[in-house]
Design a protein. Structure first.
Length: 590
């Protein structure tokens, strides 16, 4: 078949010592511009091939080849709106705006980490600023989209999920190589190594929204959760290249993966029901469309998240690209729990619509509380009424308003060949014990809704006490407004799908003149902090009003107190261009 075009292009750019045949073919194919655009792509192709040329230069003892290749590699360490590291520290291998942080994005930093350690202390070493950006991307991009910085999040994967063993724990080679190359963020790199070697129990917390990838993460000491979405600014998922990921149709339809151990989904995918991806609301069709119909451009621009680095919320004005289905979905993340709300669930399809809370490997008992005392379910399929909570694998699924729920805790069968046509995949039967919990909205629902709270790391007795604590208040769940409040944290998280007002409690009224997503931290009736973002990524500013005085202004926001109306007006300048969709955090003085 000959040398691939993109490899020839790379060789042409980096090596002057090629055969005439290679040079002639390379010149005919493309220029250097096509190399960095359509040809060899940043990270996935370009950097590893450049590394090959470095080795070639070393073998030849040719400084000019080595320096030129390393210069071309170093030029790839940058924030870009094209292929590579994005302004939010996610990673895109192609121009579809689909996250590839755990595939090409990890290969990218791995390739550089290898050369950083091998060139450290020499004339070939990478510039300090390039190395710092690489470490920032590794820690704040890759590691924060992993459970405890150890296990890759299935929600940030693509066709890789059809590869056996793909969700195993990451090794320490990358952070060790980065540590040998720089003292920058040394303690954090050392901690990642200790976590992965089991020398220290993970104890970090973080929360963040990657607005370039429509991807949200939330880490606590005893669990990791994520939300993956898509908008009109991107495709829903990666193309099923090489005929892998043949059932990924609904992978980004608001998927909400939850990990306590990091092993909940390892190699489950041959037996999975791919129309019951955790967190998603999906029409339950007899069969999925052909895999060449998986990839579609998103249909809605109101998709986003708000985060202050510790707490946050995500919102998805969901319009299915595969079915006549729409819903407004939101997730509100606190410490010991997070809230999942859905409203306006409507479909014209002749099949039932289901919202799946989880589908993971079965681990021991499933306990359910209805009007009767809690009971341990036998193995099988169950349709239960008046369910208050479900407990499986130390994760509680709490329903503030009892519901009818479906539970499967049984053995499922499948094979790898169903989800990938790679030669390594066979049709040999695979069996897994699986736990699935979902809500059935019926056929052709009109404005259906759901409300549930996920409480990780809890026992049945503690879950029963939790259900009576009333810590979480559902402030609103409609097509206009979705909101939840944690009384213990005194934090309210709100999605305005249109301009409106909300009572945050104690008769504190907040009004927004534009659709947005925001979070309010109170100290009594005093506002300590407001975080806000624009999911549409179109607004240049917005105005909020609250019926209490606030203080403090910066260049990004201003406030004014109207004594007659007894309300404060807060005018916020929103991030623009490549920062559009990023959160503005406003801290107020006493």
């Amino acid at each position: 078949m000959g040398t691939p075009n993109w490899m020839i292009n790379t060789l042409l750019v980096l090596d002057d010592d090629l055969t005439d045949k290679q040079k002639t073919e390379g010149v005919k194919i493309a220029s250097r511009a096509s190399l960095t655009g359509v040809g060899a792509r940043a990270g996935g192709d370009f950097v590893p091939i450049a590394g090959m040329i470095v080795k070639q230069g070393l073998f030849k003892r040719n400084d000019s080849i080595v320096l030129k290749a390393l210069k071309v590699m170093t030029d790839q360490i940058k924030i870009t709106t094209d292929r590579g590291i994005k302004p939010d520290l996610s990673f895109h291998h192609r121009v579809d705006n689909v996250t590839s942080i755990h595939s090409y994005g990890t290969n990218y930093v791995s390739s550089f980490a290898y050369w950083t350690v091998n060139t450290a202390g020499t004339i070939y070493k990478l510039p300090d600023e390039s190395l710092k950006l690489l470490i920032d991307y590794y820690l704040d991009g890759i590691c924060q989209s992993m459970a405890y910085g150890i296990y890759p999040d299935p929600g940030a994967k693509n066709r890789d999920l059809s590869r056996k063993g793909d969700l195993g724990p990451e090794d320490t080679s990358i952070p060790e190589n980065l540590l040998k190359s720089s003292d920058y963020r040394k303690k954090e790199l050392e901690e990642i190594i200790k976590f992965r070697k089991g020398k220290k129990k993970p104890d970090k917390t973080w929360n963040g929204y990657y607005w370039w990838s429509s991807y949200f993460v939330h880490q606590r000491e005893n669990y990791f959760a994520s939300v993956r979405m898509y908008s009109s600014r991107q495709n829903n998922v990666e193309e099923p290249y090489n005929e892998e990921g043949l059932k990924n149709h609904h992978l980004a339809d608001g998927s909400n993966f939850l990990s306590r151990t990091g092993r909940e989904y390892i190699d489950i995918f041959p037996v999975w029901d791919w129309q019951k991806v955790p967190g998603t609301t999906v029409v339950q069709k007899p069969v999925l469309l052909h895999w060449n119909q998986i990839v579609k451009k998103g249909l809605t621009d109101f998709v986003g998240g708000v985060s202050n680095g510790k707490y946050g919320a995500a919102t998805f004005d969901f319009k299915s690209v595969h079915d006549p289905l729409k819903a407004r979905k939101a997730w509100f993340f606190f410490d010991h729990e997070y809230v999942c709300l859905g409203a306006g669930i409507s479909s014209d399809a002749d099949y039932p619509v289901a919202t799946t809370l989880n589908q993971c490997l079965l681990n021991k008992d499933v306990v359910v509380k209805t009007k009767n005392p809690s009971q341990t379910l036998s193995r099988g399929e169950h349709n239960l009424k008046d369910v208050s909570w479900v407990l499986h694998d130390s994760v509680g699924y709490f329903f503030p308003f009892p519901v009818s729920a479906n539970i499967n805790n049984t053995t499922l069968s499948g094979n790898w060949r169903q989800i990938t046509h790679q030669s390594r995949a066979t049709d040999e039967q695979v069996q897994k014990d699986v736990f699935t919990l979902w809500l059935d909205h019926g056929k052709k629902p009109v404005s259906a809704s759901y409300t549930y709270i996920i409480v990780p790391g809890i026992s049945s007795s503690s879950l029963e006490r939790y259900s009576k604590s009333k810590n979480i208040v559902i402030l609103a769940n409609s097509t206009k407004l979705q909101a939840a409040k944690s009384k213990s944290l005194n934090i309210s998280e709100v999605v305005f799908y249109e301009p409106g007002s909300i009572n945050l409690g104690n008769n504190l009224i907040l009004t927004s003149d534009s659709p947005c997503i925001l979070m309010v931290k109170l100290n009594g009736k005093t506002i300590d902090e407001i975080s806000v973002s624009d999911p549409t990524e179109k607004l240049s500013s917005l105005r909020l009003t609250v019926n209490v005085p606030v203080k403090s202004s910066t260049t990004n926001w201003q406030w004014a107190w109207n004594k007659e109306k007894k309300e404060s007006t807060i005018s916020v300048d929103l991030p623009k261009a490549e920062q559009a969709g990023k959160t503005v955090v406003m801290k107020f003085g006493k």
